[in-house]
Ligand binder design. Structure first.
Ligand SMILES: CC(C)(COP(=O)(O)OP(=O)(O)OC[C@H]1O[C@@H](n2cnc3c(N)ncnc32)[C@H](O)[C@@H]1OP(=O)(O)O)[C@@H](O)C(=O)NCCC(=O)NCCS
Length: 194
């Protein structure tokens, strides 16, 4: 991808309802008063989730997505990302009033974030690979959905998921709530990129 295309992607992202008006925050670590960026990341601020504590009803809580953790190559291994993650951990706590949780999809493994900021690993991620030659029997014919219809389906799904999630369990569990604005963001992004 060219630099111009990359910047254009960023511009498109910022127009989506998920990110408009404070939906995304860009965090940069500096050694004040210097403004030289040492490490950076972003938070996606309007995600939502459910928390189910044994014996209590399901509670809807704010969820913060953490993304794009990055230290410029020449400044790595000096503890900058670690410092940023530790500071951010306190900010996220304040942003959610201590009620919510944050999610971070890591491609450098769970340990780094557990040590730096106290992010707790929620088990191994698993990948489902479906070979393209596989034929599924008894499936309904695919139907092309308009975005507006997708909103209805997502809302129906959310009701069903909440009922399923409400079933008591002997451990505290959390779950993300799917949102139309997230789909819209991807729709907008891909439609404009074509
Ligand atoms: C990962 C990254 C943000 C770390 O930044 P940093 O400022 O150098 O981090 P710190 O100095 O706080 O910590 C360095 C530690 O990160 C570890 N680390 C760096 N890259 C890693 C990787 N790909 N896998 C596992 N550990 C990694 C280093 O081994 C080092 O470990 P140590 O403290 O046990 O020696 C930086 O290497 C980077 O920008 N990488 C490219 C983007 C990326 O992968 N981001 C993470 C997305 S989840």
């Amino acid at each position: 991808m060219t630099l111009e295309a990359y910047i254009e992607c960023g511009r498109l992202e910022l127009q989506s309802p998920l990110f408009l008006d404070g939906g995304i925050t860009f965090w940069t670590l500096v050694d004040s008063p210097s403004t030289t960026p040492l490490s950076a990341c972003e938070t996606i601020n309007r995600k939502k989730g459910w928390v189910k504590v044994p014996g209590r009803p399901v509670e809807e809580v704010p969820v913060i997505g953490i993304a794009s953790v990055f230290t410029p190559a020449t400044r790595r291994n000096k503890g900058y990302a670690a410092a940023l993650m530790q500071l951010l951990s306190k900010k996220v706590h304040a942003m959610t009033g201590g009620r919510g949780f944050s999610v971070l999809f890591s491609n450098i493994g769970p340990c780094y974030y557990a040590v730096n900021g106290g992010w707790i690993t929620s088990g191994e991620a698993s990948q489902l690979i479906i070979p393209i030659t596989k034929t599924f029997m008894d499936t309904v014919a695919p139907e092309l959905l308009q975005l507006k219809q997708a909103e209805e389906y997502i809302n129906k799904d959310v009701k069903t998921l909440e009922k399923e999630f409400a079933a008591d369990s002997n451990i505290t569990t959390v779950r993300m709530i799917p949102q139309y604005s997230e789909l819209l963001y991807n729709g907008l992004y891909f439609a404009k990129l074509k």
